[in-house]
Write a protein that binds this ligand. Structure first.
Ligand code: ADP
Length: 312
């Protein structure tokens, strides 16, 4: 059994010619290992290189340099095993209008060499809530149903690694929930799930490992909880009574945001200051604290902090 589902070794991708104006280095010597059975989130701002990486894995974009392995199979040398190990759910929805969902999945299974007796078309249609549409014309399917079918097409050969590119962008809550419960079930059975998403809350709740790409480089890769804990940010919301002076200077790297009705939010580093000290500071300024609540940082805070840092 391979230890890693995905291995990237010094992966680079450039678009255009070096001397030309439109030359872009979309992935820069990227190295990364994803353990088998992980629910892995690949995040990054627009232009970071996420689609380039997913398209390389899907065989739609040719890498410039480096090694890509899935389940230990080298993309250049063990092409068939590589392709059988991976199922990619793309963003776009291109379908043959003359096929029904059943036929579409059946043909896809055939392309992957899945024997007739091993095909699980009805099972997949049922899992995706498409069983009543199995024999419907493609043009009668809604946008959401077509997206479900795309997911089905990536699953017909029972891949060990599933890659989802922005799977819930613009889809309704029902589809989102259905998709995640299906992916969780597959992950619980040992399938590695790799996804890109703009919904950081979604990544935080689903993924056990997170990598952040920025400008073609990996700027963070860690266990989700550790990544959030690492930033040591603390946010305190206070409702006060008294007069907050305009030239109010706060100790040690604290930032303050004023809201309506004498409410403020204060952000600081947990290592620099204790909540006690903050309260004492307020009292020394003759401000009475009427209400206080604390907020733990989330993945969105980590993202903002790291992406900003690497751009500064
Ligand atoms: P993301 O998916 O994170 O938004 P992309 O992989 O789409 O990032 O893009 C990474 C960089 O590569 C960007 O600067 C983008 O403009 C460039 N790029 C992507 N695809 C192409 C292409 N086909 N031709 C030229 N440049 C491209």
């Amino acid at each position: 059994m391979p230890e890693y589902s995905l291995q990237l070794e010094n992966l680079s991708k450039t678009y255009g010619h070096k001397d030309e104006e439109n030359f872009v280095c979309a992935l820069k010597d990227l190295s990364l290992n994803v353990n088998e059975g992980t629910f892995f989130g690949l995040l990054g701002p627009n232009g970071a290189g996420k689609s380039t990486l997913i398209n390389i894995l899907a065989g739609l974009v040719i890498k410039s340099k480096g090694v890509v392995k899935v389940q230990g199979f080298n993309q250049d040398r063990q092409i068939r095993s590589f392709k059988r190990s991976i199922g990619v759910v793309p963003q776009e929805t291109n379908f043959d209008p003359f096929l029904t969902p059943y036929e579409s999945l059946d043909i896809q299974a055939g392309l992957y060499g899945v024997k007739k007796k091993d095909r699980r078309i009805n099972h997949i249609l049922k899992k995706l809530g498409l069983e009543t549409k199995a024999n419907a014309y493609m043009r009668s399917l809604s946008g959401g149903m077509r997206r479900r079918l795309l997911i089905g097409k990536a699953l017909v050969h029972n891949p060990k690694v599933i890659i989802l590119d922005e799977p819930t962008a613009g889809v309704d809550i029902e589809l989102r929930e259905m998709l995640w419960s299906y992916m969780k079930e597959l992950n619980a059975n040992g399938t590695t799930i790799i996804l890109t998403t703009h919904y950081l809350e979604e990544a935080e709740s689903l993924c056990d490992q997170i990598a952040i790409l920025d400008d073609g480089e990996l700027i963070a890769y860690s266990n989700t909880r550790e990544l959030i804990d690492r930033i040591n940010l603390k946010i305190v919301h206070i409702k006060y009574n008294g007069i907050l002076k305009k030239n109010f200077t706060l100790p040690k790297n604290i930032s303050i945001k004023e809201h309506e009705n004498k409410r403020i939010s204060i952000s600081y580093n947990k290592n620099d200051l204790k909540t006690d000290e903050l309260i004492n500071f307020f009292r020394s300024k003759k401000l009475e604290i009427l209400d206080l609540s604390t907020e733990e940082p989330d993945l969105a805070d980590v993202f903002k902090l790291l992406v900003k840092k690497s751009n500064s």
